[in-house]
Design a protein around this ligand. Structure first.
Ligand code: SF4
Length: 330
């Protein structure tokens, strides 16, 4: 591991000041991703600013929505009784992610910033535009089974790894950040970038901005919501396909719906095309499959990951069947 300077921040302002003007400096929260990548030599920061002394771990839930502090641990968010009642899809997504040990350490802010799980990104022997801009993409001509089918570019096809972020995309969360010039809130839709020709820039966050928390707007029908994840290994693994949904389903009709996908796209993927098919329609398994087809029409798979298209289709339909009490889905 490359030597680095270490500083422990005592305030938000101090953290931002410690990183401002130092492109080689990074923030440390739970460290479950950063330390791993530093040990592999994938990330080589010259300075690490430790955030764990900041009072940013609060979780609040009320009629006006919910606030998740950036340093709230994933296990605390998943176990929060009021959050679980108001936004069950969030707890389900968190409990489907990683292992209990990792959830005890991982934070809300760190979860949002975790790097792609592409094996070529994690191995410095291979070309990777995301790790080293302009060097190429070893995955495109390599092993692509776990890679994305939506939102890809000729420069990167890596899948976004977060489960929590898929639930937040469905909930239209907002990310609050603090920079040298003050606070701002970024809609979830604007927070993550598609890879395009700059895959090394995964988010719209400036290098000297600090995530201070995530705001969840009120969404009463999210009480009927859930997260379904399909993976190779049930104990813990990244998603091959996943879906997060909240449904306003009354008298057999879908009055409103939010749907997002994971495991198949280069960013947490809000399924707007599927939502348009579902809105105002009588709920049925056939409708759910039509909605999934509308979203997945944009998929551009390779032979090795083509299975993800029918897998995501069935994942969407099965989750919606569960939420609308149809079929034998549990
Ligand atoms: Fe790097 Fe993206 Fe290609 Fe993976 S898919 S090797 S992360 S550029």
């Amino acid at each position: 591991m490359q030597p680095f300077a270490y500083a422990r921040a005592a305030s938000r302002e101090g953290a931002v000041a410690a990183i401002a003007g130092r492109p080689g400096a990074v923030f440390l929260a739970g460290g479950t991703s950063l330390v791993d990548l530093m040990q592999l030599g994938v990330l080589r920061p010259e300075a690490v600013v430790d955030l764990n002394g900041l009072p940013e771990a609060s979780i609040r839930v009320g009629p006006e929505g919910a606030w998740l502090g950036a340093l709230a641990r994933n296990s605390d968010v998943a176990a929060h009784a009021e959050l679980r009642a108001a936004y069950p899809l969030l707890a389900e997504a968190l409990l489907a992610g990683a292992s209990p040990q990792l959830r005890h350490m991982a934070t809300v802010g760190g979860n949002l910033m975790q790097r792609v799980r592409c094996p070529y990104y994690r191995d410095t022997a291979f070309a990777c535009n995301r790790r080293e801009p302009g060097t190429g993409c070893a995955a495109i001509g390599g092993c692509r089974r776990g890679h994305a089918v939506l939102g890809t570019s000729p420069h990167c096809i890596a899948t976004h790894p977060s489960d929590m972020a898929v639930a937040l995309a469905a909930l239209e969360a907002e990310v609050e950040v603090q920079g040298p010039h003050g606070d701002r809130r970024v809609s979830f839709e604007d927070f993550y970038r598609l890879p395009g020709d700059t895959p090394h820039r995964a988010t719209t966050l400036a290098p000297d901005e600090l995530i201070t928390g995530v705001w969840l707007p009120p969404l009463p029908f999210a009480r009927r919501s859930g997260y379904l994840k399909v993976r190779d290994r049930a104990s813990f693994d990244f998603a091959l396909a996943s879906a997060a949904a909240a449904v306003d389903w009354r008298d057999g009709v879908i009055h409103d719906v939010r749907l997002a996908l994971g495991g198949v796209a280069t960013r947490p993927w809000r399924a707007h095309a599927a939502e348009r098919v579902l809105l105002g329609q009588p709920a049925s398994p056939a409708l759910f499959l039509r909605a999934a087809d509308a979203e997945l029409a944009a998929a551009r798979p390779f032979e090795a990951n083509a299975f993800k298209v029918p897998l995501a289709r069935r994942t969407i339909a099965r989750l919606l069947e569960r939420l609308c009490g149809l079929g034998d889905a549990s």
